[in-house]
Design a protein around this ligand. Structure first.
Ligand code: HEC
Length: 125
């Protein structure tokens, strides 16, 4: 009985160790974005004004100039957007009542991966 609990204990330690490494690896690259998270952020913060693809009906009839999110990657390298988002992109929105975005590096990475996937989808169309 005592031997068995030792085995369980040892397995638990190994599992915790591996989990710790996995956790470290996933956190190490802070820049590692996830498209589904990016999509959720975009839905909350960008898709209120922007469309996903050119030609989609604009979400807000008062907004007539917001370019499609998929078009970002078609027009510039998306890395350029990273800096803009980090610094606050209010410059491009100055004719609007602009919500202050507080985007963390992680949210930006998530958004960029999502934009990239939209761009690829638009290119395939
Ligand atoms: C309140 C409405 C609104 C929201 C919310 C919004 N945008 Fe915009 N965005 C605009 C408008 C309008 C323009 C076009 C401004 C112009 O033409 O000067 C624009 C332009 C841009 C541009 C510049 C595009 C270009 O072609 O130069 C980028 C990049 C951009 N938005 C990214 C974002 C991102 C990323 C989000 C979400 C985090 C977001 N926007 C949320 C309205 C919005």
């Amino acid at each position: 009985m005592q031997k068995l609990s030792l085995v369980i204990l040892a397995t638990g330690v190994v599992a915790a160790g591996l989990w710790g490494i996995g956790d470290y690896m996933s956190r190490k690259g802070e820049e590692h974005g996830e498209a589904p998270r990016g999509q959720a952020i975009a839905e909350q913060t960008c898709l209120r004004c922007h469309t996903k693809f050119s030609g989609d009906p604009l979400p807000d009839p008062d907004v007539t100039t917001a370019p499609a999110l998929a078009s970002f990657g078609q027009r510039w390298p998306l890395e350029n957007l990273e800096e803009a988002l980090a610094e606050g992109i209010s410059v491009s929105h100055d004719d609007m009542t602009m919500p202050e975005f507080t985007l963390t590096p992680q949210s930006i990475a998530d958004l960029l991966v999502y934009f990239e996937s939209l761009t690829q989808e638009a290119d395939r169309k």
